[in-house]
Design a protein around this ligand. Sequence first.
Ligand SMILES: [Zn+2]
Length: 358
Amino acid sequence: MRASRSPTTCGRGSAAGPGNSAPPRSPYRWAADEWAQSLVAPERFETIAVAAPGADDLVDGSVLLRVLAGGICGSDVPNFRGNRALVATEDGGLAARLPGYPLHEVVGDVVASRDPAVEVGTRVVGWATGLNGLDEYVVTRGDSVQSYEPQWAPTTAVMLQPLACALYAVEQLGDIAGAGVTVLGQGPLGVLFSHVLKQAGAARVTGVDRVDRSAHRATFDIDDVVHATTARWVGTLTDADRPDVVVECIGHQVATLTHAIDAIRFGGRIFYFGVPDDPVYPMPMNTFLRKNLTLILGFTIERRRVLREADAYLTRFPDLTTAYVTDVLPAARAQEAFATAAHPESHRLKVVLDMTTT
Ligand SMILES: [Zn+2]
C-alpha cells in the first residue's frame, strides 16, 4: 500500500525533480507503483513515478479510475503556461508538482468506488475533479463521471466531456429558436457550440476565428465562417446583421467580452464560456445598459445528466467524432501535446492523450 502521493524515486520519499534524481529509464512504471506527468516549470513536464492511489484513498462519493485517455482543454493551457497556480517549488492541490496536473477531461475504467451510482468495472467519461488526470490512476468525484455506450475508443469518447459542457451552456441560454447566433472562436469548444446551437433551432450560426475554419463548416453546421479577429468582425457589422445571441469561446484575454457587447443587438444574450484567466474583466457598462443585455456564465453542473445527453447526441451525429479529435499523442509526450493544443491551426481541433501507450 502506498503512503503518500508525493513524487517518489526508487528509494521513495525524495522528490523526483530536476537535479536530484537520474532520469527515468522508461517513462512508464520505472520503479514505483505508477507514472504521472508533473509540471515542474511553466510549459515543462517531467515523467515521475508516484505511489498509486488505492481504494483506501477514497472518501464517500469518490471513485478511483485507471485513466485511458485525456483531452486537453483550453482552460488547461494557462495552467500549463504557469499563468495560474504554478510556482515550481509549490506542492499540493492545484499546484505545480501535483502529479497529473493540469488535465480534467478523462476517460477511465473504475477500479474502486465509494459512490453507489458508479460501479467498479465500468468505463466512464467526465471530469478529473482535482485537475490531475495526467496520471495512470486518479481519484475523482463519482458525480462527475458517467458510463457511456462503448462504441467509441477512449480517445474519441473523451469528447463527450466538452460536448456535455456545450450542451449545458446552450441549455442555460434558454430558447434560441430562430435566433441569429455568433460564436466567437471556432476551436474545439466553439465548433461544438456551433453544431449544438444549430440543432437547438438557431436560424443562422456564424463562427468567427482568427484562423480559417472553413474546412469545418459542413461537419459542424456553421452557416457563415468568418476568418477575422473579433475586433475586425465587429467593425464590419451593420445594424441588420447584429446577432441575437453571442457565445464567447475564445477566452484568455479580456477584450472579446467588449467585442461581444459591441456586436450584439438590443436585448441580446451573451454566454461567456470557460474559466476566466483574470479575476476582474472590464466591461462597457453603459453599452450593456443601453442595449438591455443579458450576460450568462457558469460552471457545468448536473454532470452525469449532461454527459448522458452528450452520449445520446454523439450517437445521433457520429460524423462529429472523426472530425473532432485531430491529434492523439501518448501520455509521455504530454509536453508536445499541450504545446500543440496551445497553438491553433485551421485543421486542428481536439488534442487528446492516449494514456495506454508509450
Ligand atoms: Zn474542459
